[in-house]
Write a protein that binds this ligand. Structure first.
Ligand code: SF4
Length: 325
């Protein structure tokens, strides 16, 4: 699951879904060379990529470093936490018989799923620590209800029987690159056609940004193709924030293109890991970044790079030039 966030400007993160995050490179032992800050390192590369981490690197290589290598903590946000809650409700609703999958039933699941979320991720309690009367929490839960209700205007769960919910997928490409992620819902038609569905609690992007939004879905489609040798028939993004559904019917060439793109991205990440050159790329999305205090673009200093580095070679500077498809 790529947990969605409010508004199209805030970056998505599956990071409410820590299990979908890529593994960080294993730090090598500290270098023993006493005379130089530039040392040889054995090849260190990320073990795997998820759509969110791939998007992080495309957005800002330094952000990727902070999240994957430094593993700097990030505060939970109301929007992302609400996204996690709504996803849990929509998933659990399918436990009920088809005829009972109604909006009131879905809304009745919210309090219990909120309790479960607080148990599994106690840090989310901080979000409402300064709300002793519970007014902000009530508004927040009310917005979660509205998002759940809106889903019923977009899809009819009484007519759906998902083949999978919250499906963890992982595939290793011939190059060794491991791709992983969690798909919100997989529908399989009687004819065998596969539809991959992802819920977003934010708003649908403007058409010129739709391609970026589809990157995550094509990533999943690539993993499904590599695992099952089946090209999904349809990719479907359900935007609960704006009440839109974005669909795309991929062809094999789309998936091959995404695979090439991910290999290029992986190579850029590998080079950055080895050289320690993680360039900040400031954009308006910096407003959502938790790491401004460590970012040179905002007068901060990154923590000491925890891995041995080698001197960059000419041509190593490919990092940071990637963009969605
Ligand atoms: S503040 Fe902006 S430039 Fe700095 S790390 Fe975060 S996203 Fe990158």
């Amino acid at each position: 699951m790529e947990t969605s966030t409010e508004g199209s400007a805030e970056p998505t993160g599956d990071d409410a879904v820590a299990s979908a995050a890529p593994e960080a490179p294993t730090p090598e032992p500290a270098p023993t060379t006493a005379t130089s800050t530039v040392v040889e390192a054995t090849a260190i590369a990320p073990a795997s990529l998820s759509p969110s981490r791939a998007s992080d690197f495309m957005q800002c290589p330094l952000l990727y470093r902070f999240r994957v290598i430094d593993r700097l903590p990030e505060k939970p946000s109301e929007a992302a936490t609400r996204g996690t809650l709504v996803h849990a409700v929509l998933e659990r609703l399918f436990d009920a018989p088809a005829g009972e999958r109604t909006a009131p039933r879905a809304k009745s699941l919210i309090p219990g799923q909120w309790d479960r979320l607080r148990e599994s991720r106690p840090e989310v309690v901080e979000l409402f620590a300064d709300d002793p009367e519970g007014e902000r929490l009530a508004r927040w839960l009310g917005e979660a209800e509205r998002l759940v209700e809106r889903w019923f205007t977009l899809e009819d769960p009484t007519r759906l029987e998902p083949a999978e919910r919250e499906l963890f997928i992982e595939a290793q490409l011939d190059s060794g690159l491991k791709l992983r992620g969690i798909i919100d819902r997989v529908d399989v038609a009687p004819t065998g056609e596969v539809r991959i569905v992802d819920y977003k609690t934010g708003k649908a992007p403007r058409p010129e940004y739709a391609e970026g939004a589809l990157f995550q879905m094509k990533f999943y489609a690539l993993v499904v193709w590599r695992l099952k040798n089946v090209v999904p028939r349809r990719l479907q993004l359900v935007y609960l924030g704006s009440g839109d559904v974005l669909t795309y019917d991929p062809v094999l060439a789309d998936l091959e293109r995404v695979e090439r793109k991910l290999h290029a991205l992986w190579e850029a990440i590998r080079q950055a890991t080895e050289t320690g050159e993680w360039r900040p790329r400031p954009t308006k999305l910096c407003g959502w970044c938790d790491h401004q205090a460590h970012c040179p673009e905002f007068g901060g200093t990154p923590p000491p790079y925890p891995l041995p580095v080698r001197a960059p070679e000419s041509g190593d500077a490919a990092q940071g030039r990637m963009g969605p498809d």
